[in-house]
Ligand binder design. Sequence first.
Ligand code: ADP
Ligand code: MG
Length: 140
Amino acid sequence: MSEKTLSIIKPDAVAKGVIGQIIDCFASNNLKIAALKMIHMSKREAQGFYAVHSERPFFDSLTDFMSSGPAVVMVLSGENAISKNRELMGATNPAEAAEGTLRKRFATDIEKNAVHGSDAPETAREEIVYFFPELEIVNF
Ligand code: ADP
Ligand code: MG
């Protein structure tokens, strides 16, 4: 089933200059880019995006990091896009991420872990509308 998911190339990966390598990985795994933009989130925007984690001890540090520099937000589209993207990303903690995954290749640590991907259809819908109005998303 064709799905859409939200992907973010986080500020650490943008700073490392690996936007192209990450996009290449999506392209070579049949995930198409249905929307894409570079943004620099404010602290408040990062807090809104990660509101589900607001009670976690790492929330303040995480939202500082996410608002520390530019990030690339994308809608990826394709067969099982949500789980496929999660597989390509690897585990949250890069120390536990499988060889060849984006987090294994590019993450710094469990917080600065290079990429975000939605984890389920409902969160994908919510996260996509957080960043993209309907008009900015193409349908293949
Ligand atoms: P994922 O991004 O794999 O879905 P979570 O939803 O659990 O992971 O966490 C959201 C983000 O919060 C992670 O990608 C990471 O940047 C950060 N994070 C998660 N766990 C920790 C932790 N124990 N310490 C610091 N940051 C964390
Ligand atoms: Mg998550």
